[in-house]
Design a protein around this ligand. Structure first.
Ligand code: GLC
Length: 427
């Protein structure tokens, strides 16, 4: 609670971590609202409201909302220039990219946690249409072949920013060398962060989108990065389920429920048909630009468990893959990338470390398919890592990593690690 309270800002939102991340991030806010719901329901509501206030007129919700002029972050508002898009928020500057659609299931979690259900339902009633419109935006603009699978056009949209999965795409690009001053490496050891050359790729994709005023159709046509991400689509599906249930509680919303059911059916079928790799025994990303699967196993490969996407048989295959590759007795669950891969790096940002938000999703997913022991293990591992290493952003998955005074990595006093620990300890 003290971590969350210290990261709370005057504008009515919580930063992920001081120094490294000084603004409001979309999926962080969702996880934070879940933790806040246990002890300060008003703040939890405010967190959600502030994020939804920054929604664009086309339903889009940006990945960062720049509430202030803090210049300790690159690339900031002046680089992203969300005002280029004709329907962007007139009130808030933001990025022109998004992040996983967590808000549907976050509202459901808030309802589950709230003691005064009636009061929470009236809050949900006031805000749920914005989440619906956000999903409508995705299905209308991000699914060019009508497959029920939406694309992301930037690695920062995935939430798993520096995953080795993207390396395959960087190989298809040759961006210019940009001159810029990074801020992340003044807060965190550069060895744990992406390289300068990787940043050139990140900036180049944004430059292309900006040249076309962040127009979705142009991005679909031209972006060198266009990926159907299992984690992103699983979050959308999980949130669809939540929206259907919440509209049911609200009542009189048949038409919207019908539309969501239609999206949902297509999404789950498309997901299972296209993203499951039987040889790997896991779901994988699909590179829509270069028309091929990206065949690596990451923690995103298991996230469909959280959204009820696999059949029980397929879920068993997934869990077996997780235990075989990620689950040795010398390791904490769940590394963010295949520990057997040569691209695995135990301390580098999304290239191997354990992240608490992924563990949180996997815990609930495993439980829902009745893998009680693995679920317990992932929960206990999460608690132990935080107790052992601190409230960090990410953690080494190796139980013994040769360090005498072991710590976590990335930002310290990291909000979603704290918020989701509160939830895990309540369950
Ligand atoms: C990093 C993570 C991203 C997160 C952000 C703020 O960029 O990769 O998922 O939202 O930090 O915490």
């Amino acid at each position: 609670m003290s971590v969350l309270d210290a990261n709370f800002q005057e504008g009515g939102f919580t930063i992920p971590s001081q120094g490294l991340y000084p603004f409001q991030w979309k999926w962080d806010s969702g996880f934070i609202a879940i933790g806040l719901s246990y002890y300060n329901i008003d703040k939890a509501k405010l967190e959600v409201k502030t994020l939804l206030d920054a929604q664009w007129e086309n339903g889009f919700i940006p990945h960062i909302v720049f509430h202030n002029d803090n210049d300790s972050y690159f690339p900031g508002a002046d680089f992203h220039k969300s005002e280029l898009h004709p329907l962007s928020s007139k009130r808030y500057k933001s990025t022109g990219m998004t992040q996983p659609p967590v808000m549907g299931f976050v509202l459901m979690e808030m309802y589950r946690i709230a003691k005064d259900k009636e009061n929470m339902l009236s809050f949900i009633k006031e805000h749920i249409d914005k989440v619906y419109q956000n999903h409508e935006y995705f299905y209308s603009n991000r699914d060019p072949h009508d497959e029920g699978l939406v694309y992301i056009y930037h690695n920062w949209e995935s939430g798993t920013d520096n995953s080795p999965v993207w390396d395959d795409i960087w190989l298809t690009m040759n961006p210019p060398e940009y001159a810029f001053e990074r801020k992340d490496t003044t807060h965190v050891d550069a060895a744990q962060r992406p390289s300068k050359r990787e940043y050139d790729h990140y900036l180049h994709i944004i430059e292309i989108a900006k040249e076309h005023q962040y127009d979705d159709a142009k991005i679909a046509e031209l972006s060198p990065f266009l990926v159907q991400d299992p984690l992103f689509n699983a979050m959308l599906i999980k949130s669809n389920t939540a929206l259907i249930e919440l509209y049911e509680l609200i009542g009189d919303c048949e038409a919207k429920q019908e539309t969501i059911r239609h999206w949902q059916k297509k999404s789950i079928e498309g997901f299972n048909d296209k993203l499951f790799d039987a040889d790997l025994g896991a779901y994988v990303h699909y590179d829509l630009r270069n028309k091929k699967p990206i065949r690596h196993i990451s923690s995103s490969s298991f996230s469909p468990l959280f959204a009820g996407i696999p059949s029980q048989d397929r879920a068993e295959i997934l869990v077996q893959t997780m235990l075989d590759k990620f689950g040795g007795s010398d390791k904490y669950l769940c590394a963010s990338f295949d520990p057997e891969s040569e691209r695995f790096d135990a301390r580098k940002y999304w290239r191997g470390p354990v992240w608490i938000n992924m563990n949180w999703m996997l815990y609930y997913g495993l439980k829902s398919y009745n893998f009680k022991d693995v679920a317990e293990r992932i929960k206990n591992d999460s608690v132990e890592l935080i107790e052992r290493d601190g409230f960090f952003e990410y953690f080494d998955c190796r139980k013994e990593n040769g360090e005498i005074s072991r710590t976590g990595y990335g930002g310290n006093n990291f909000s979603w690690s704290a918020a989701l620990l509160i939830d895990l300890l309540h369950n």
